[in-house]
Design a protein around this ligand. Structure first.
Ligand SMILES: Cc1cc2nc3c(=O)[nH]c(=O)nc-3n(C[C@H](O)[C@H](O)[C@H](O)COP(=O)(O)OP(=O)(O)OC[C@H]3O[C@@H](n4cnc5c(N)ncnc54)[C@H](O)[C@@H]3O)c2cc1C
Length: 353
């Protein structure tokens, strides 16, 4: 009998050799063989030049269900899911992925991934990019004491806010309730309580499409509502420098406690969700518009407009991405009909629809 770990390794190895694809996407013309009772199909997008995958020191998992990696708990399989261990692994991916599309995953807290999953490679920086350097103190142009920290893209925002508080640093506490990673927060310019991620950034370092490191200073970036604009297609964010002011640790902790308490009172945190589904239109609150349209509790399958917060859609158990999308489409149509306003999604709709 094979031990489970070895079974997984053998299946993974065979997949990497055969470039296996989920059965439901295979065509009759594709050759197949089986190993440990599992059918392996030749993967069209991964050719014999995919041997670079064997050099990855981190983990490579075929057919990983994205529902395991999104806060909504929906999303089908990714052809390949890679957890690079370090920058070298990440460079290997960017330089060798060929025709296979890449999708970079943070904490999956702002994503609606289709039930059919993602074609190509999903790269998660959860493993090798979680370092925060100790604060480096200096004085800014206004004579205030500030500290600079270099933060890996995979660091969770909640952890970063608590880390900063430990050193009596203020600027991150408003973002403590954002359940994403630093990389995702930079892409989305995530914001809460009047603070946006862009407010604390000094620089952002990315690995570009060629696999080269490029650092952008904050003056090269444009921070918009839930979006950061880079001078060029950024590729993948690997780390950022943030600058925080010194403050009183007890006061900062007090603000963190108040923010978290308010969230638990106003947001449906006991059920899987992806935060605010729609952006607030100019001068309006998306949640209010949805509530006024009588849509609280509107349900398709197991996906519902939250009773607690109308701009949240919750997964009540076994919702599919299609259920969530149907709720989104209905809400948009009803608000448009009632108020003439086109709601724009804040949640990113990704994958093979
Ligand atoms: C309960 C709840 C509350 C929330 N509250 C807030 C809030 O107050 N304010 C707010 O702004 N948002 C909020 N959100 C939404 C979400 O947490 C943020 O948008 C967050 O910044 C997303 O980060 P993530 O790591 O989860 O990114 P993901 O959802 O994984 O990805 C988001 C986008 O960023 C890209 N991306 C992620 N990492 C990288 C990287 N390293 N390099 C390149 N691209 C990358 C992805 O490809 C995708 O396009 C909330 C969500 C939930 C579930």
């Amino acid at each position: 009998m094979l031990h489970d770990t070895w079974k997984t390794r053998l299946i993974r190895f065979a997949h990497l050799q055969a470039y296996g694809k989920p059965a439901r996407q295979a065509t009759a013309s594709q050759s197949c063989r089986t190993i440990l009772g599992r059918t392996l199909y030749k993967r069209k997008s991964m050719t014999s030049s995919s041997h670079w995958l064997n050099q990855i020191k981190g983990e490579v998992r075929p057919d990983e269900m994205m529902s395991q990696h999104t806060s909504l708990r929906v999303g089908g399989p990714a052809d390949l899911y890679i957890l690079p261990q370090d920058l070298e692994d990440l460079k290997l991916i960017l330089r060798n992925h060929g025709d296979s599309p890449l999708f970079f995953l943070g904490e999956g807290s702002n994503l609606l991934i289709s039930d059919r999953g993602v074609r190509g490679i999903v790269v998660s920086l959860k493993r090798g990019f979680k370092r925060i350097t100790l604060p480096e103190f200096s004085t800014n142009a206004q004579g205030e004491e500030v500290a600079t920290l270099k933060v890996g893209a995979g660091v969770k925002m909640s952890y970063l806010a608590k880390f900063a508080t430990k050193y009596g640093l203020t600027g991150m506490e408003d973002l403590v309730g954002v359940p994403g990673s630093l990389g995702g927060a930079v892409v989305m310019n995530a914001g809460a309580e009047g603070t946006e991620t862009g407010d604390v950034l000094k620089s952002v370092t990315v690995l570009n499409a060629e696999g080269d490191l490029v650092t952008y200073g904050r003056d090269q970036l444009e921070f918009k509502y839930r979006k950061t604009i880079f001078p060029q297609q950024p590729g993948v964010i690997v780390h950022a420098e943030i600058v925080l002011k010194t403050g009183d640790a007890a006061e900062i902790q007090g603000r963190i406690d108040r923010h978290l308490k308010r969230r638990s009172q106003t947001q449906p945190l006991s059920l899987p969700n992806s935060g605010s589904v729609f952006k607030n239109p100019q001068g309006e609150k998306a949640g209010q518009l949805i509530e006024q349209a009588g849509l609280k509790g509107y349900t398709v399958g197991d996906a519902s407009v939250s009773i607690k917060h109308a701009n949240f859609i919750v997964n009540k158990g076994s919702a599919t991405a299609a259920d969530v999308r149907a709720v989104i489409d209905h809400v948009r149509a009803k608000v448009k009909e009632r108020n003439g306003i086109e709601l724009e999604t804040e949640v990113i709709i990704a994958g093979d629809w």
